[in-house]
Design a protein around this ligand. Structure first.
Ligand SMILES: NC(=O)C1=CN([C@@H]2O[C@H](COP(=O)(O)OP(=O)(O)OC[C@H]3O[C@@H](n4cnc5c(N)ncnc54)[C@H](OP(=O)(O)O)[C@@H]3O)[C@@H](O)[C@H]2O)C=CC1
Ligand SMILES: O=C1O[C@H](COP(=O)(O)O)[C@@H](O)[C@H](O)[C@H]1O
Length: 488
């Protein structure tokens, strides 16, 4: 299927890890929503793959019980739900046992476009791709979706990419970063390149600094086994935060074609100033949450969470300063911050503009820089902070915020990120997926930080659950005469 419109062929969406957490919490609900709103092709089938000796009916019953709680109540429609369950099929396959793939081949006998979603640990990507190939299940129309984390470092990411590339061409590979599927993240491109007013100012020295915060109020939850081996730098910064930074910093792409957009993002990643060991010690902060209060309740420290080793040094918080070495961004610091168990779930990008070069109001105590505050979640909004005259005699200034609530600008349904990205895969749209060179460039910048932390042997700094991270994170900004934007 090379068309970018509706697929002309039936579709088999095969989910390896079809009974896993990601499938139940995100993929199945997203596919149900697509079905409910008529976005799934009529002849689309969803084939769950796992090791259980299940029939199709067993899998449908499992999905009905375990995935249903993750569908919003107002979207549950009995007829649509049973129509959706009727699309399910199941194949019993153990990815480490090649002979078991015959069950999948039997299940995928019809002529169809096949999408293989690998919702398993990345260690299984190579054997799965090899066996799909050996069974003749990969043709020119097939595509494969790779979940993050794609490796633990550059070397392992390259090894996975090499293995997958033996069986799929790059145009068939969809490396998912679900932040690229979020409505507001896609909207950032329109904000920047669809308006005349921002782009001329969107550069140093007009911009004093850029902040990107992805704060989560939740803790590690049930994923300690994965998270403790990974940490916030590799779980969040290597992918989501660097991708957000790319969209903020990239040059205008020639078009929305996948390679035009990805070429520009790649240039940003390649322009990132590598951090030396001295930079790492000065300009990065690793934190780990200790016991505290979150969402109105007492919350345990990270090391008290189920499955976390008592001596764990894994970071649940990262703040760092980065520089993009190109004419647009010379001398503009980018501050990235992410953490679990922070006071609120909030993802924001703050563009702080420079003060006017000369102003008769510069000495006023109320003078504040203009800021563009782009809130990605939980609500979606854009706010431009400006100074105006305080009413009354005299010429004092006060701040006013020009606000745009993006949810109220359109009555059209806003699909969740996974639904949007899954539909992109179905329709062969690669723009919002990472290309191999982008992913590897991100690891190339991240690896020295990870190694630098190990070499320094410094423990992660504790911060109380429900706080904005260790004090060193505020100090990182204060050294530049700046502060994190933490207004509610
Ligand atoms: N959960 C999440 O929110 C997110 C997860 N991810 C990533 O997605 C991937 C899956 O995560 P998650 O769903 O949480 O993990 P789970 O442990 O819940 O699921 C893993 C799945 O892998 C399958 N599996 C394991 N071994 C084999 C095998 N030998 N043959 C066939 N299938 C096998 C399991 O199948 P079986 O049913 O047979 O046990 C299971 O369904 C991971 O790489 C994770 O990092 C990424 C972003 C978010
Ligand atoms: O990829 C991941 O993202 C989630 C946060 O996603 P969001 O859409 O809820 O902001 C994070 O909790 C998880 O650790 C990470 O693997």
């Amino acid at each position: 299927m090379n068309t970018k419109t509706d697929p002309p062929l039936p579709l088999d969406l095969v989910i390896f890890g079809g009974a896993g957490d990601l499938a139940l919490r995100k993929l199945i609900p997203a596919l149900y929503m697509a079905h409910l709103h008529g976005r799934l092709p009529a002849e689309a089938r969803i084939v769950g793959v796992g090791r259980q000796p299940w029939t199709t009916a067993d899998y449908a019953a499992f999905v009905a019980e375990r995935a249903r709680p993750f569908i919003p109540d107002n979207a549950l429609d009995a007829a649509a739900w049973s129509g959706f369950l009727a699309r399910l099929d199941f194949a019993t396959v153990d990815a480490t046992r090649p002979e078991s793939f015959t069950a999948l081949r039997a299940c995928c006998a019809r002529t169809a476009v096949r999408v293989y979603y690998l919702a398993t640990a990345p260690g299984l990507f190579a054997p799965i791709c090899a066996e799909l190939s050996a069974q003749g299940l990969i043709n020119a129309d097939a595509r494969v979706v790779l979940e993050k984390p794609l490796g633990q470092d550059l070397e392992s990411a390259r090894a996975i990419n090499d293995e997958v590339a033996r069986h799929f061409a790059e145009r068939q590979i969809y490396r998912i970063d679900h932040y690229l599927g979020k409505e507001t993240v896609q909207n950032l491109m329109v904000l920047r390149f669809g308006n005349a007013i921002f782009e001329p100012l969107w550069r140093g020295p007009n911009i004093r600094s850029v902040q990107i915060t992805v704060a989560e109020s939740v803790g590690v939850g049930s994923r300690a086994g994965f998270y403790d081996q990974t940490g916030a730098l590799r779980d969040m910064v290597q992918n989501h935060l660097l991708q957000l930074m790319c969209i903020v910093a990239m040059e205008p792409p020639l078009s929305l074609d996948p390679d035009d957009v990805r070429d520009e993002k790649l240039k940003v990643l390649r322009s990132l100033q590598p951090l030396t060991q001295a930079d790492i010690l000065r300009d990065t902060v690793r934190g780990q949450y200790a016991a505290g209060h979150a969402e109105g309740q007492a919350a345990p420290g990270y090391r008290e969470e189920d499955g976390v080793p008592a001596e764990s040094q894994t970071e649940t918080f990262v703040a760092l300063k980065a520089h993009v070495r190109n004419p647009r961004w010379a001398h503009v610091p980018f501050f990235l911050r992410t953490g679990k168990r922070m006071p609120h779930r909030r993802s924001q990008i703050i563009i702080e503009f420079a003060q006017p070069p000369f102003s008769v109001f510069a000495e006023q105590p109320d003078a504040q820089p203009n800021r563009l505050v782009i809130t990605l979640q939980p609500e979606e909004s854009i706010q431009l902070q400006m100074m105006v005259k305080e009413p009354g005699s005299g010429m004092r200034m006060q701040r006013v915020d020009l606000g745009l609530d993006l949810q109220s600008t359109s009555r059209r349904r806003r699909a969740e990120a996974y639904e949007r990205l899954l539909m992109d895969v179905v329709h062969g749209r690669l723009t919002h997926f990472m290309r191999r060179d982008e992913l590897e460039a991100a690891w190339r910048w991240i690896d020295p930080i990870q190694r630098g932390w190990q070499a320094s042997n410094q423990p992660a700094r504790p911060y109380p659950a429900g706080s904005w991270g260790p004090a060193a994170s505020s100090a990182l900004m204060a050294r530049e005469g700046l502060a994190w934007f933490e207004e509610t």
